[in-house]
Design a binder for this molecule. Structure first.
Ligand SMILES: Cc1cc2nc3c(=O)[nH]c(=O)nc-3n(C[C@H](O)[C@H](O)[C@H](O)COP(=O)(O)OP(=O)(O)OC[C@H]3O[C@@H](n4cnc5c(N)ncnc54)[C@H](O)[C@@H]3O)c2cc1C
Ligand code: SF4
Length: 607
């Protein structure tokens, strides 16, 4: 009967669509669709489109109420990929003279901040998210939104000595932990930080601030990286007489020789800051290597306190690998330092002409071995030197496109990212330079010159013993760092941790078990290879500790204390995913299923 009058029957039927069936269909559709790729802002600058662009990212009179809903994210712009490779300038497109549109953009972007009751952006969590400096992000977001730039700058400088360094180079763990990031693009915190400090410089608000009085206590700091510089500025503010000893010919540590000028301008940013510090009364001595030109013992005897901030400079090598002795197999730091020094010398008239770069890569094939940030910077440098092809080998697999279960919000997410060098190589050579699951077996000599390397022989996990020969006229080893080198303490009088970092407890910084009670250690030499932001945090915190040691008390601020942190986040118990992670990072300590903060950082950024 029903079929006899089907058109009328249909009208009486109700469509039943069980939830489970609907979910299954949605899952199938998701599986078919290509997953969204998390691109670095540099790659986005290279042309990717964001669906959120449908909402405005800049309006004349933005409203803070529901700003997170009304406006889309727009972070700092990057120059197009190909254009960037034409020079050694910063990859960012930051306007020198700010227009009203720039102000509108910043007001709108900061209107997206929800001023959360528990601002997870503001302090570090144990999963590697949140700001290690305890930057008062919601506060300065509000002040920028109100156009109160000077007050925003004051609040920013309360917690961060060098926002121009973090605003330029930081991977922004604060954005990873932003509440808005749970279901939206996070607030553009890093861009706002850079905007505040650079606006301050443009306005002439940043001038040397020497202390009102001196205590005449003498402090020597070994190493002028971000940790040493932050400690120096804080202790100088407390009135102590501070001297920084540096073995390189310029100050800044890895900010000067390490992080390439494409990521951080040397004259405009690093040297500008060094000049300010000198203006505050800190004395710098370059080309002095402690351990060779003066001993630790002498420094500790002649000064009230000594801080070791010598960085994690001891690199991993491939000694024992067949063919390692061949010429043109170089360490990443030698490659990066020599290239940057040549560029800087030429710019400042201190060395030979710009054309005489130490590495002639025009038309050459380059292989970079290593999956971390250092390797990425080598790739970008090789492209600028004219390499014909650049490959980057990584032993680990491609990271998942979406936030994996073992790094839930607000942790630092262990996801696939496209860094600036990757999008540049893609634009120049037509492919992403990364090769995953590759293990280097040996180096083969060149046919034309048997003393030089000609190819890398490697296997790929899952392909058995089958080897592939990759042509390479230059091989760059960028496999990370193990701790401070021996130069500063050739007799090994300062005890080390199992990861070879100097033994000094977090929060205390006193070198444990050393012959000198007035010796302290901070930054990468204490913590292991990390980030600029953590080095600054360590330097600040160490300075407060040293001030207490010298004066019995301190008014210097401590860095965000982990234990007393309201947003302190415990990693979930180790499950299957974490087990894999432990295997991948098996050299790191895992205590009762909880990762140390530094480990979590390194998961995202393997320097
Ligand atoms: C290639 C590369 C790229 C990186 N990119 C980023 C990035 O984009 N973002 C980020 O956040 N982090 C990045 N990092 C990590 C970051 O640079 C470091 O974590 C940070 O610089 C550590 O600061 P530090 O002050 O502890 O040590 P360093 O910056 O390493 O400074 C140590 C200083 O001590 C000096 N020194 C050592 N021994 C002696 C001695 N015996 N006598 C005198 N001086 C001595 C060294 O010459 C050096 O100048 C990168 C690291 C590398 C290697
Ligand atoms: S977590 Fe994000 S939205 Fe919340 S206060 Fe911080 S920046 Fe603003």
């Amino acid at each position: 009967d029903l079929l006899a009058d089907w058109p009328a029957t249909v009208g009486r039927l109700t469509k039943v669509f069980p939830k489970e069936y609907k979910n299954a269909l949605a899952k199938m559709a998701d599986a078919k669709a290509p997953p969204p790729v998390r691109e670095s802002p540099a790659a986005v600058g290279g042309g990717a489109l964001d669906v959120e662009e449908l909402r405005p990212n800049s309006v004349a009179a933005p409203q803070k109420k529901r700003g997170f809903h009304e406006y889309s994210r727009k972070a700092m712009s990057y120059r197009p990929d190909r254009d960037r490779t034409l020079d050694w300038e910063e990859i960012y497109a930051t306007p020198a003279k700010k227009s009203q549109q720039w102000h509108n953009l910043l007001k709108t972007q900061t209107a997206r901040c929800m001023d959360c009751g528990t601002p997870t952006c503001h302090s570090p969590n144990q999963g590697g998210g949140g700001c290690p400096l305890g930057n008062r992000i919601p506060t300065w977001n509000q002040l920028v939104h109100e156009g109160e730039w000077k007050r925003a700058l004051e609040r920013l400088l309360d917690t961060n000595n060098f926002p121009e360094f973090t605003g330029t180079t930081c991977p922004a763990p604060c954005e990873e932990a932003c509440v808005l990031g749970i279901n939206e693009s996070p607030v553009a915190i890093k861009s706002t930080e850079l905007a505040i400090i650079e606006y301050g410089f443009t306005k002439g608000w940043i001038t040397p601030q020497p202390p009102q009085a001196r205590t005449n206590k003498r402090v020597v700091i070994i190493g002028s990286g971000p940790a040493g510089l932050a400690a120096a500025q804080q202790l100088n503010r407390a009135g102590h007489v501070v001297q920084v000893l540096e073995r390189a010919d310029r100050g800044g540590g890895l900010l000067m020789y390490g992080i390439p000028s494409m990521k951080l301008a040397k004259t405009e940013k690093v040297q500008r800051r060094l000049k300010l510090l000198e203006g505050e009364g800190i004395s710098f001595k370059y080309n002095i290597e402690v351990g060779r030109d003066v001993t630790l013992a002498a420094l500790c005897a002649q000064n009230d306190a000594v801080i070791c901030a010598t960085g994690a400079t001891q690199w991993r090598d491939m000694r024992g690998t067949e063919g390692r002795h061949l010429r043109n197999i170089v360490q990443a730091m030698d490659f990066l330092t020599a290239t940057q020094k040549a560029t800087l010398d030429a710019e400042t008239g201190m060395g030979p002409a710009k054309s005489s770069q130490p590495y002639e890569l025009q038309g050459r094939n380059v292989v970079v071995i290593g999956g971390g940030d250092t390797a990425v910077d080598c790739v970008a440098t090789a492209v600028r030197l004219g390499a014909r092809s650049v490959l980057q080998f990584s032993r680990r697999d491609e990271a998942p496109k979406q936030r994996p279960a073992h790094t839930p919000w607000p942790c630092w997410a262990d996801t696939y990212r496209v860094d600036y060098a990757h999008s540049e190589v893609k634009a120049m050579h037509g492919r992403d330079p990364r090769e995953y699951l590759v293990t280097t077996k040996s180096f083969k000599a060149s046919v034309e010159d048997p003393a030089r390397v000609g190819a890398v022989i490697a296997t790929r996990q899952g392909e058995g013993n089958a080897v592939t020969e990759y042509p390479a006229e230059l091989v760059i080893l960028a496999m990370g760092f193990t701790g401070p080198d021996k130069a500063v303490d050739p007799e090994s009088l300062v005890p080390r941790e199992s990861n070879s970092a100097f033994k000094a407890a977090y929060g205390e910084y006193q070198a444990e078990g050393s012959p000198w009670k007035n010796l302290f250690a901070c930054g990468d030499c204490r913590k292991g290879a990390s980030l600029v932001v953590t080095a600054i945090a360590e330097g600040r915190d160490c300075a407060a500790r040293v001030d207490t040691f010298l004066m019995g008390d301190t008014s210097l601020p401590r860095a965000a204390p982990l234990a007393a942190n309201p947003t302190f986040y415990q990693m979930p118990d180790p499950g299957v995913d974490q087990g894999n992670l432990v295997k991948r990072f098996n050299r790191r300590k895992v205590k009762s299923g909880v990762f140390a903060v530094s480990d979590a950082f390194e998961r995202g950024l393997l320097v």
